[in-house]
Design a protein around this ligand. Structure first.
Ligand SMILES: *[C@@H]1O[C@H](CO)[C@@H](O)[C@H](O)[C@H]1NC(C)=O
Ligand SMILES: *[C@@H]1O[C@H](CO)[C@@H](O)[C@H](O)[C@H]1NC(C)=O
Ligand SMILES: *[C@@H]1O[C@H](CO)[C@@H](O)[C@H](O)[C@H]1NC(C)=O
Length: 277
């Protein structure tokens, strides 16, 4: 089968091609042969099912690479192949797990490629994926692998703060944009250092801004903080610095440390004497 035939077959199977890269090029090649055969079959009855099948396949087998083509894709016309590097935790323990995010990215890519007015020069989008394991070691290593293989023009993720922090720093010299739905940490606010990072949601610093607006609205000046210093440190810190920075604010604080025994009643009695809220 030559290239043109293969591409025409791809187009028939709703412009989606699943493929496995040679083992030398990737670490995790996991698309099952059964799955590939299913998608490659040109039977039209499969077409309407393809999205459903794809969702099921995603649930069953992590796939390293997926290609999505523009429906009007003409192999004889020059077109750009856009590569996504999606680096997210595979574990469904996290709200941004690969299993939840990847189908959304695929649907978005299909919609965009179906619209002849959007990204007209792009004929194919290749989505490469890797497990960040929410780890500051694994996430950046996967990004380095993708960079070396030329597998990413843009990174989606990582989302865990430490992982995305490293990737966003390296990406400055690689000149690869990083788009993350996580990266909440205040440290990542620095637009000079992290200039290729785009955060899609509000951040912990925004929590500080919101709190400051509430203080202004209700003319609060005395604030008491009782917080878990282990789990909530990063969320609390921007709020705390905002409040402390106000010339007219009086701040009382009671951190709760990991593994310490806390007598909440005495905490609250203390707080009651020193703060109104
Ligand atoms: C992912 O992280 C967990 C702990 O956070 C660890 O037990 C596991 O071995 C890691 N997996 C990989 C593939 O690195
Ligand atoms: C307290 O100071 C801030 C500026 O630091 C000001 O915006 C706010 O209105 C002041 N609040 C009151 C109750 O005076
Ligand atoms: C605290 O106030 C100083 C001076 O007004 C300002 O430069 C700094 O950015 C403020 N810090 C925070 C965390 O808002």
């Amino acid at each position: 089968m030559n290239d043109i035939e293969r591409r025409s077959l791809d187009r028939q199977s709703k412009n989606i091609r699943w493929f496995t890269l040679p083992p030398s090029r990737v670490k995790k090649v996991t698309a099952s042969p059964a799955a590939s055969t299913l998608i490659h079959a040109s039977s039209t009855s499969l077409l309407s099912l393809s999205l459903v099948v794809i969702s099921v396949l995603i649930a069953m087998t992590p796939v390293t690479s997926v290609s999505i083509f523009r429906p009007s894709y003409d192999v004889l016309e020059p077109s750009i192949v856009l590569k996504f590097g999606v680096i997210l935790p595979y574990s469904t323990h996290y709200e941004f797990s690969m299993k939840k995010v990847l189908p959304a990215i695929q649907i978005a890519v299909e919609r965009i490629l179906q619209d002849p007015h959007l990204l007209r020069d792009i004929g194919e989008v290749v989505i490469n994926e890797a497990d960040s394991n929410c780890s500051q070691t694994e996430g950046p290593l996967e990004a380095i692998d993708m960079y070396l293989r030329g597998d990413a023009h843009v990174f989606f993720g990582p989302t865990c703060d430490l992982a995305v922090g490293h990737v966003a720093l390296y990406s400055v010299s690689w000149n690869i944009p990083v788009i993350s739905t996580g990266a909440f940490n205040q440290e990542l606010d620095n637009k000079n250092e992290f200039r290729v990072l785009t955060r899609m949601q509000s951040t912990y610093s925004d929590v500080g801004n919101v709190f400051e607006s509430i203080m202004d609205r209700f003319r609060w000046t005395t604030v008491g903080f009782i917080y878990d210093n282990h789990l909530c440190y990063h969320v609390t810190f921007p709020v705390f610095t905002k409040v402390v920075n106000r010339s007219n604010a009086t701040v009382f604080q009671k951190p709760i440390y990991k593994h310490s025994t806390v007598i909440y009643e005495s905490f609250l009695r203390d707080a009651q004497k020193q703060a109104r809220m």
